[in-house]
Design a protein around this ligand. Structure first.
Ligand SMILES: C[S@@+](CC[C@H](N)C(=O)[O-])C[C@H]1O[C@@H](n2cnc3c(N)ncnc32)[C@H](O)[C@@H]1O
Length: 268
């Protein structure tokens, strides 16, 4: 990014979301510098969503809250369609909260396993009472699921087995992402597994360098070439698929696609 663009982007972020801006700005600058020091790129190449799905992308979510602490509609659609594309998909996720990612992926995956903090641990970590109250709200309806309520930073991943699609969306600090990434990489993947990280960006086109630094340091540098960003989403992906095409974009981009969005709400 040119200095002008950095100033423009920062101002835009500060005006649209001032609380989050001031909380995160320093951390982001710090981790961007750390990545630069190690001569890593400070942004991943982007795979266009439509290219990833051979030109057509269509999905639907049955349950979605449109509240904080979940992923965007498109992030969840991405996960669901990745899972649908894998025969008898075994899905694993770190960090479930209300279970929105879990619920929607479970519709198309063969089996889902989730590792997420227990109520007691959430209390210890000072999660707000409303979040405690809504934890597992949607997951409790899922039949094809194993729920492990524990802390991923201390959990023994070696007993879990292998998974086809893994979503990392738990502790978003540098140490948290690095530890989860390392555990996933060392214990849960086979040669065709796909890993998706949430919050690789703050918005679809603003990189969250703390998370990127954790991803880069969590896997061997020889595998960095398999890391990408998926356009229009807040997700990074690890895939060894040899047919992937990606490019280093300059953000913000000029839109190259439009989405059809239909929204329907029902009171609980
Ligand atoms: C952003 S929410 C997950 C949202 C969900 N994946 C979705 O898309 O709707 C983060 C979740 O990670 C959990 N979490 C945070 N730190 C964790 C840790 N160390 N181990 C396990 N879960 C963790 C929190 O309890 C919370 O439920």
């Amino acid at each position: 990014m040119t200095p002008k663009k950095v100033v423009f982007e920062s101002l835009k972020w500060m005006l649209t979301d001032p609380v989050r801006f001031f909380k995160n700005y320093n951390r982001n600058v710090y981790y961007k510098k750390q990545i630069e020091k190690q001569q890593f790129v400070t942004q991943l190449p982007t795979i266009d969503l439509l290219t990833l799905f051979n030109g057509t992308f269509e999905s639907e979510l049955e349950r979605y809250t449109f509240l904080e602490n979940t992923s965007t509609v498109l992030d969840l659609c991405l996960l669901k369609e990745l899972a649908r594309g894998i025969n008898d998909c075994r899905y694993f996720e770190i960090g479930s909260l209300r279970g929105e990612s879990l619920y929607n992926v479970a519709k198309v995956a063969k089996h889902c396993t989730a590792l997420t903090l227990s109520h007691e641990q959430m209390k210890q970590f000072k999660f707000k009472p409303s979040l405690l109250k809504s934890a597992n709200m949607l997951s409790s309806e899922i039949k094809n699921m194993t729920l492990i309520e524990d802390n991923s930073l201390t959990y023994d991943f070696s007993k879990l087995g292998k998974f086809d699609l893994i979503f990392v969306d738990g502790d978003h600090t540098y140490n948290g992402v690095k530890s989860d990434t390392n555990n996933v990489f060392n214990h849960l993947i086979h040669e065709n597994s796909i890993i998706v990280w949430h919050d690789y960006t703050y918005y679809p086109e603003t990189v969250r360098h703390e998370v990127l630094a954790g991803i880069l340091d969590g896997i061997p540098s020889s595998h960095h070439k398999y890391l990408y960003h998926i356009s229009n989403t807040m997700c990074a992906i690890y895939t060894t698929n040899p047919n992937i095409t990606a490019e280093m974009l300059s953000f913000p981009t000029v839109p190259n696609k439009l989405f059809h969005v239909k929204v329907k709400a029902q009171k609980l």
